[in-house]
Design a protein around this ligand. Sequence first.
Ligand code: DON
Length: 584
Amino acid sequence: MKNLSVYLIAAACSFSPLFASGTALLDSKARFHPVISETGMVVSQEIIASQVGADILSAGGNAVDAAVATGFALAVTLPRAGNLGGGGFMLVHLAEADKTIAIDYREMAPAEAHRDMFLDLEGDVDNNKARYSIESSGVPGTVAGLIHAQEKYGLLKLKQVMQPAIALARGGFAVSADLSDSLKSRSQRLQQDSASKVYFYKPGGDSYELGETLIQTELGATLARIANGGREEFYQGKTADLIVAQMEASGGLISHQDLVNYHVVERQPVCGDYKKTRVCTMPPPSSGGVHLVQMLNILEGWDLKGLGHNSADYIHRLVESMRRAYADRSLYLGDPDFFPVPVAQLTDKKYATVLRDQIDPLRSSRSVNIKPGLGETGLSLQATKESTETTHFSTWDQWGNVVSNTYTLNFSYGSGISVTGAGFLLNNEMDDFSSKPGSPNGYGLVGGVANSIEPGKRPLSSMTPTIAFDADGKPILATGTPGGSTIITISMQLLLNVVEFEMGVAEATAAPRIHHQWLPDMVFYESGISVDTLNRLKDMGHRVNDRASRLGATQSIQRKAGTRLFGASDYRREGSGAIPQAQQ
Ligand code: DON
């Protein structure tokens, strides 16, 4: 029960309802309608940032320019997740080269980090230290990652794509209901940090109300320095000095050398085929791609459409696939530069067949009986060295280039600690490591050696930026979501809604979701799953959570025919937005 409450607290990275309507009616059967464009589109969790990206498309930028502009803008307008002090993953599909690249800009553990750094004298994990202390921060990767993408794959100059973010920070923007509410709800924690108190609250500590202007002068100055000095400014210039000064003043671990050593890695995406759809997604150090493909492989063996969307029989199969994938996650997944993650075996269709054959179509299994890799059959996976080439937003340009990007501070507002003088929050991504085998992190996820803390290692993630392709190899969907451990299962349901159940992207976004992650042995669900269905699941032996949760915030773009794009930002979070490129 303890695991469950920890999980729910952390996973509640603020979900709020909003039912927005789209701009056009295309499918008379659909209850939800997408935003439509014949050229380009940007979909993100914060509508001002989406507009920034769409404007960059209109100014001649490509999908990468738009993504980088949106990423820097979100660092200003969505401070709980948009960031300079965190890290993430960007999947880029380049139309002309017909190539998809996975850019890993996940945080790295500082050189002074060590396996037991979050254990107390009794050998138990000190969750407060792992989640809210200065030591909970990994070396930030976002600035290196965004600049890497921009310089290598963008068309415009860094200064041009960063200019809107600088203007938003310096000139301010109108606080949305979502931002106002989320800052109020985190006020106690954020105001414990003197810099965060100044950056995100009025003098005296009052919260900003809806429509009031939030100006972030020091963040604006940091962004301007980065726009002028590039990556070196953040990792070796004044911003680096401010980060290290903060660390030295409060016992943090990140040194100048750690910042110099930070590096982006371009990796091969993990790809798999679900029937006629090719799915390319993020490889380790995210677990997202491996388990998305693994679960799709298991599910491919059933006639899901015939079972009916969100029927008990369908949900039962989803849950049993999720249970097995998350069991494997706990043992086999970690940073591939430190641990030989058996990607090929986990995503092998034959392995999926073995797992599928274990699943009783009428009875739920118990997680306690499902062992990683062993299942109930005694099969064992070999850990082998794989190739080392290894808040969500999606962008799509008029040339067919696509970006699917998820980045994060981990918890809402990360550690809550801001870099004094630099205006941005630090991540608490070190909690995504497994601090002690079997001890759950902030999302109830357990792990072991594969994801133990080591200097220079990247903590295991669930972020699952994904691009799907049709039988001709042309992109048809870009999607991803926040939600901690729920990211992988949410991304999969969005994808299945589109490719298996043939929903438009808005309908696919709105459809109720479920989640299971092996431990706790519990089905989480959203309102909209009927009581009858939940009762049937219970009759099959499933443990169903006693109240509905809200799961994720997908930001998706779909191409259905020709070049027409359909965008859907998730109705679950107020303030998100799909913005089409302006007509020329
Ligand atoms: O990398 C991960 O898997 C987590 N740090 C993601 C955190 C997250 O999605 C928070 N939002 N709800």
